[in-house]
Design a protein around this ligand. Structure first.
Ligand SMILES: [Zn+2]
Length: 251
């Protein structure tokens, strides 16, 4: 950990350093943090943007898709000039422009178990911004195995879900304890068919970034053991506790 912040860093991050709960020590924690974001779509874009702005030291971004015209209403790092470009490349360009000191590593592939295991050791915090349950369960299982802190987001129509899992302890439930694989269908997450209002992605993605920053700083409370459900059409927010399932992989 570098011992002193330079003048530029002190100025750049002054509005968060001034917060009693953060200070110089907290800013150093942010500068030394390593976060992996899986999926650079509607959730991943605001997460990456806010973490980069906050000064996160090392950010990995995973996606294999290219920017399409129907992405732009909610995927805030891309504009019309990026159409047809790889999302990870277009995102990196924007992020480097925001904060050139954040090290952005691009992982241009569709996530699978082998590839995930190869990169997960380089990161302490994992963000799930994926849009299908196969990937969500994979991220859950490997993050559990490697005892990471995981923040999962899910969005559809006007609704959002957010979870945090601290797999460094064995007390809390995992994603499989809540969503039971047999009863899940990917329709509930599929923007292509179900639709999504752009702001919903922005709200849930920003919340995910907020949960990661709190964990890095070790302040406030996380959602471990709860799901926060957002009905953003009627502005109902529900925090629901759930327990470990007996036969789950997390036992
Ligand atoms: Zn579980």
């Amino acid at each position: 950990m570098s011992s002193k912040l330079n003048k530029n860093q002190l100025e750049k991050f002054s509005r968060q350093i001034i917060l009693k709960d953060i200070g110089i020590l907290g800013q150093k924690k942010i500068l030394n943090s390593r976060v992996l974001i899986i999926g650079m779509g509607g959730l991943g874009c605001p997460v990456a943007e806010f973490l980069t702005r906050s000064g996160v030291g090392s950010l990995g971004i995973v996606d294999h898709d290219i920017v399409g015209l129907s992405n732009i209403h909610r995927q805030t790092l891309y504009d019309e000039k990026d159409l047809g470009k790889l999302k990870v490349k277009a995102a990196k360009k924007k992020l480097v422009g925001i904060n050139s000191k954040t090290k952005i590593s691009i992982h241009n592939f569709k996530l699978d178990k082998k590839k995930f295991i190869k990169i997960i050791k380089k990161y302490d915090y994992i963000i799930d911004g994926s849009d299908n349950f196969e990937t969500k369960f994979l991220i859950n299982d490997i993050s559990f195995k490697y005892k990471k802190f995981l923040v999962t987001g899910a969005i559809s129509k006007f609704d959002g879900h957010i979870f945090t899992f601290d797999f460094s302890n064995k007390k809390d439930p995992c994603l499989r304890c809540f969503y039971q694989e047999e009863t899940i269908s990917d329709d509930i997450l599929n923007c292509e068919y179900e639709g999504i209002l752009g702001t919903i992605a922005g709200i849930i993605g920003t919340m995910q970034a907020n949960e990661i920053l709190k964990k890095i700083l070790n302040i406030g409370k996380n959602l471990n053991g709860y799901i926060l459900i957002f009905d953003l059409l009627n502005l109902n927010f529900r925090k629901v506790k759930f327990d470990k399932r007996k036969k789950c992989i997390c036992n």
